[in-house]
Design a protein around this ligand. Structure first.
Ligand SMILES: NC(=O)c1ccc[n+]([C@@H]2O[C@H](COP(=O)([O-])OP(=O)(O)OC[C@H]3O[C@@H](n4cnc5c(N)ncnc54)[C@H](OP(=O)(O)O)[C@@H]3O)[C@@H](O)[C@H]2O)c1
Length: 321
């Protein structure tokens, strides 16, 4: 095994928990740093996974964690942030500075292998023309990873990720349980949802494969669906299908602005609305060397939507993430 000890940054999250489980199943020793122990407590039953409370934005703490690893996986990301120029402080810290600091820590410790999570829609050349701060800051983070001369990096760009505990289909199912109708901005935006298990497996499969070094991979499922179709599907399988009222863009953006300032978890923001002005669809099938057959939505989503949101998902909603 080329990389036995993995530092899994962002490993307590929705996707990270699946990556941790699969790395543990493959016999790797995994360290998951977290800001709050209780957010990673669900990982404790996994053999070979260790949870450590750490501030990864502190160079000394990050350096010590990286120095004890053979490879680093970085999954840290946030969907919403305050607005700013060129983007908010949260995007700057999580999407831009952190990848650059991880790359520097890897160089300092002689760790060569880095797997980095980006997002579908990001293009190497396209930073200024990307429609949202989320995508532009992710592009800047990718640039920092690519620029690191000593790294064997691999970058992943998934479309929206679904699975038990997701905050996409579960959210639409929950909203339809509360609301008599679903007012929906960007109803015709197109997505290619990818199963969280497939995303996690892509990371695990790439880890020891040199052919993936210096490559960027789109990850998407087998079907392209509009937002309207996805909301309808969440309604049907969640047991509360409501009529969908597609909003024109001006009203959709106003709705996003109102939701941005509403109390409780941020369900939507103007930036997310802006992200949806471009299709979230892959340019081709998943690369053969990742050795994945993407799982159809219908094979997974109905069962967990019928059960309702998992406690894990509910916890994270309350935590405003
Ligand atoms: N979910 C999707 O549909 C989707 C689609 C495309 C790309 N992605 C990308 O995939 C990655 C993981 O997404 P996810 O859905 O699994 O997210 P998530 O459930 O919110 O998990 C985020 C993880 O990042 C950590 N984190 C967040 N903000 C941080 C900060 N400011 N400083 C330090 N740690 C921070 C959290 O650790 P703590 O334990 O410390 O809270 C948590 O482990 C992100 O980069 C996201 O942009 C996700």
């Amino acid at each position: 095994m080329a990389h036995a000890r993995i530092l899994l940054i962002g490993g307590s999250g929705f996707i990270g928990s699946q990556v941790a489980a699969r790395l543990a199943a493959a016999g790797r020793r995994v360290t998951v740093p977290t800001r709050r122990y209780e957010r990673a407590r669900h990982l404790l039953p996994l053999p070979t996974v260790e949870v450590r409370v750490a501030d990864i934005h502190d160079d000394a703490q990050l350096g010590r964690l990286v120095a004890q690893a053979d490879a680093v996986v970085n999954l840290v990301g946030i969907l919403h942030d305050r607005r700013g120029t060129p983007w908010g402080a949260g995007f700057e810290q999580a999407h831009v500075r952190l990848p650059a600091r991880i790359a520097a820590a890897c160089a300092a410790s002689g760790v060569r292998r880095l797997l980095h999570m980006s997002a579908l829609g990001v293009r190497e050349d396209g930073e200024p023309s990307l429609p949202s701060m989320y995508l532009r800051s992710k592009a800047a983070g990718e640039r920092a990873v690519r620029a690191a001369p000593t790294l064997d990096w691999t970058i992943f760009r998934p479309s929206v990720v679904y699975g038990p505990g997701d905050r996409f289909l579960n959210l639409f199912a929950r909203l339809q349980a509360w609301l008599p109708v679903m007012p929906l901005g960007r109803a015709d935006a197109r997505f290619q949802p990818v199963f969280v298990g497939d995303v996690a497996q892509a990371f695990v499969n790439a880890l020891d494969r040199p052919v993936t070094h210096g490559r960027c991979y789109e990850l998407a499922g087998p079907e392209v669906l509009t937002l309207r179709q996805l909301v309808a599907l969440a309604g049907v399988h969640g047991g509360h299908r409501r009529p969908i009222v597609a909003l024109p863009d001006t009203l959709g953006r106003l709705q996003a602005a109102l939701l941005e300032f509403a109390p409780g978890p941020t369900l939507m923001s103007r930036d997310s609305f802006d992200s949806m002005s471009i299709d979230n669809v892959a340019s081709g099938p998943i690369a053969a060397e990742l050795d994945l057959t993407p799982t159809p939505l219908g094979a997974i989503a109905p069962a967990y939507l019928r059960r309702g949101p998992a406690p894990f998902g509910t916890e994270r909603m309350r935590a405003r993430r």
